[in-house]
Design a protein around this ligand. Structure first.
Ligand code: SF4
Length: 374
């Protein structure tokens, strides 16, 4: 699978610490550099038959449809597409106007991941999103009118501008709009964000963990009652609408990440990441030099990563593949470490897979890191 990072946004959301620029001055140069990188790295994927192509960011919908199409065409010069390929565009509601969707519906994009976040203006203002509540709703309806069925929306819960009642209404609206996939995250306060500064200055209250906890568990029951599978801590999909792209990440498959700050993984022991600076990225590719750094993962790194990723999913960690992959010494240490957690019900083993019971998923990162080999 291939991930393409489009590092531009209209404005900075107050909670965001991703890599992007709000200046579009170098948009054409960036598209050219991304296409060049695709060609230069064509031999890095073992499997040349691509099952997922994912345009993320940043805000990929900031590009024109013909620019997006030209990137797909470049990928097609070097790779083949699986007949069931999933081609996702992350899009912000304010970009999904009639013209854009009309053009997009003529391309091979078959999945939209819309950055809705909330259907309430108070939340959207606090998050400094570029769209309003009207656009949050109308963008989804318009996309459906143009034939996009496979739609995921992002929703954020636990914002200081929200409360349990508002959260319930956000979920009701999701069902009313017949959206088949939801990615939902608790609002977290990252360093160097506007939200962090506002909280430090006492301008707004910090999110309350107890409220986030309550909203998370309400969402699980509510979405499951409405036909969604809860297949990863933050992801819910109706049958047939699970994200192929994210599922491949969670199953440790190889992926190629193109664009500034994008990460790649060879499915074994090598990870690399591109420089997180638009101008340096473009300059480097103009000289045909790949602006990336590579790290060889030790046995411990690979083991810890498998736990961290696997324990966030409904599939858990496959114990037979751990046996095949890792040394007896490491496995003995691990068997010892999981004992108490199994007794306490924080972990369970079923069909030779180690999982965290759903009621403890809120604690998944902590449970996994307790088991890390150091
Ligand atoms: S649109 Fe996405 S990437 Fe851009 S600032 Fe907002 S959250 Fe960050």
């Amino acid at each position: 699978m291939i991930y393409l990072h489009i590092p531009f946004c209209k404005q900075k959301c107050s909670y965001c610490n991703f890599h992007f620029s709000t200046s579009l001055n170098y948009k054409e140069e960036m598209v050219a550099a991304i296409k060049k990188e695709i060609g230069l790295r064509r031999d890095e994927l073992e499997n040349k038959n691509i099952k997922s192509l994912y345009f993320g960011g940043g805000t990929p919908s900031i590009l024109k449809v013909d620019e997006l199409q030209s990137i797909i065409d470049e990928v097609l010069k070097h790779f083949s597409f699986d007949p069931d390929i999933e081609i996702t565009l992350e899009a912000n509601p304010d970009d999904l106007d009639k013209n854009f969707l009309k053009e997009l519906s003529k391309t091979s994009f078959n999945r939209l991941s819309i950055g809705t976040q909330s259907f309430f203006d108070e939340d959207l203002k606090l998050m400094n999103r570029a769209h309003n509540s009207g656009e949050a709703e109308s963008s989804i309806k318009r996309a459906q009118d143009f034939g996009f069925e496979n739609i995921s929306i992002d929703l954020i819960y636990g914002s200081p501008s929200s409360n349990f009642e508002i959260w319930k209404q956000n979920l009701d609206k999701t069902i009313e709009l017949q959206v088949p996939h939801v990615s939902s995250y608790a609002l977290t306060i990252e360093p160097k964000t506007m939200l962090n500064a506002w909280i430090s200055q006492g301008k707004i209250a910090a999110p309350k963990e107890a409220e986030q906890h309550e909203e998370f568990f309400y969402m699980i029951d509510f979405l499951k009652d409405n036909g969604f599978d809860h297949y990863e801590i933050s992801n819910f999909g109706k049958p047939g609408f699970h994200s192929k792209h994210n599922s491949a990440y969670w199953k440790y498959q190889e992926y190629l990440g193109i664009g500034p700050s994008a990460h790649s993984y060879n499915g074994r022991n090598e990870r690399s990441w591109n420089i997180a600076n638009n101008q340096l990225y473009i300059n480097s590719l103009n000289k045909s030099i790949l602006p990336k750094e590579t790290e060889i993962l030790s046995e411990k790194d690979q083991f810890n990563e498998m736990l961290m990723i696997g324990l966030r999913t409904v599939w858990g960690v496959d114990l037979s593949s751990l046996k095949e992959k890792f040394s007896t010494e490491l496995l003995e240490y691990f068997q010892n470490e999981i004992k108490t957690k199994l007794e306490d019900g924080l972990l369970k083993i079923e069909n030779n897979h180690l999982t965290i019971p759903e009621k403890h998923w809120f604690l998944a990162d902590g449970i996994a890191s307790d088991l890390f080999v150091v």
